[in-house]
Ligand binder design. Structure first.
Ligand SMILES: [Mg+2]
Length: 319
């Protein structure tokens, strides 16, 4: 006999609801006191079994990824996280033990990011397991990073390394043979993104536009260019690759077009280069200049010799 909804809330969810405003999940809704001079920042993502994760993925890692992709959206806005709401639609085949592991994943990340569950809902469903999480954060009023502020002459920057998550997924799917330490690193990058919260907050007074890379560098860069009304030149050979990725076939294509890296892509005026180099050292996180914002609306991708690359069905190739 699976545990009922109220038992599930009491046993599994209440221990996650450590914030005062969560009221121990005893009331109909949570209470938040916004700090004076701040704005609330809200982000929501949903994940469906068989679509966004594999049914046999480890439940704790599914929970942490669901939370982290939302925290990554807060990071892209320059926000600090406050807490989150969770909705869970559960098919009868999902065992109590699965939910227990799922909740222990949330507990681990509550501790890591110093946040708490604020409330939510659980329902039964005849369909696949469906999870939805809403993250709440705050930012000083008017200081949020938006997609629309890039200006011609700005540098294009990216954090961390690109393509690892896409290569990790290809490895899990058996499409790419990688062994040993490199295999473990790539799969971890796919399953457990690292939201760049400290970087996002530090960029509030430096970046002119920002986005987190969830759909792939080119797709997400396209969003910045569209909203800002600008074009860009991108140096494909400048893209930062990890030691695990750099010698693999398709690494550059994964860096250009693969998703799930959850690094930050941002623009900043050239006079901020020294500030960004100092920030990279302070955060111990590589920040790499990968191109420049231009007038117009074209995105030109070139290699280190200045030769233009064009998309082909099997990735980006020389024109
Ligand atoms: Mg995003």
């Amino acid at each position: 006999m699976p545990e009922g909804e109220f038992e599930f809330i009491a046993r599994r969810l209440r221990p996650l609801a450590t914030a005062e405003g969560a009221l121990g999940l005893t009331d109909d809704a949570a209470l938040l006191d916004p700090r004076p001079g701040h704005q609330l920042v809200l982000a929501k993502d949903a994940m469906v079994a068989g679509v966004h994760f594999l049914p046999d993925d480890p439940p704790a890692e599914i929970a942490r990824k669901l939370l982290r992709v939302n925290l990554s959206d807060l990071a892209a806005m320059g926000a600090a996280p406050l807490g989150y709401l969770l909705a869970l639609a559960r098919p009868s085949a999902i065992a109590d033990a699965w939910l227990g592991e799922f909740c222990s994943g949330l507990a681990a990340d509550n501790a890591e990011f110093e946040i708490a569950l604020l409330g939510g809902d659980t329902v039964a469903t005849p369909g696949p397991l469906t999870l939805s999480l809403t993250a709440l954060g705050e930012v000083p009023k008017g200081a949020a990073l938006l997609r629309g502020g890039a200006r011609p002459g700005d540098d294009l920057w990216v954090s961390g390394t690109l393509g690892d998550a896409a290569l990790g997924l290809q490895t899990l799917q058996g499409k790419l043979e990688v062994t040993g330490e490199a295999r473990a690193r790539l799969i971890e990058r796919y399953r457990l993104p690292r939201p760049r919260l400290a970087l996002g907050q530090a960029l509030r007074n430096i970046a002119t536009a920002a986005i987190d890379i969830s759909d792939g560098l080119l797709a997400d860069l396209g969003h910045i260019l569209e909203v800002s009304g600008v074009g860009a030149g991108l140096d494909a050979d400048a893209l930062p690759l990890s030691p695990a990725a750099q010698d693999l076939p398709g690494a550059r294509d994964a860096a250009l077009s693969g998703g799930d890296d959850y690094e930050l892509l941002f623009t900043a005026p050239p006079e901020r280069r020294a500030d960004l180099e100092a920030l990279a050292r302070r955060l111990d996180l590589p920040l790499t200049r990968i191109g420049e914002v231009r007038a117009g609306s074209d995105l030109e991708v070139v290699d280190a010799r200045g030769q233009r690359l064009e998309p082909r069905s099997k990735g980006w190739q020389h024109f």
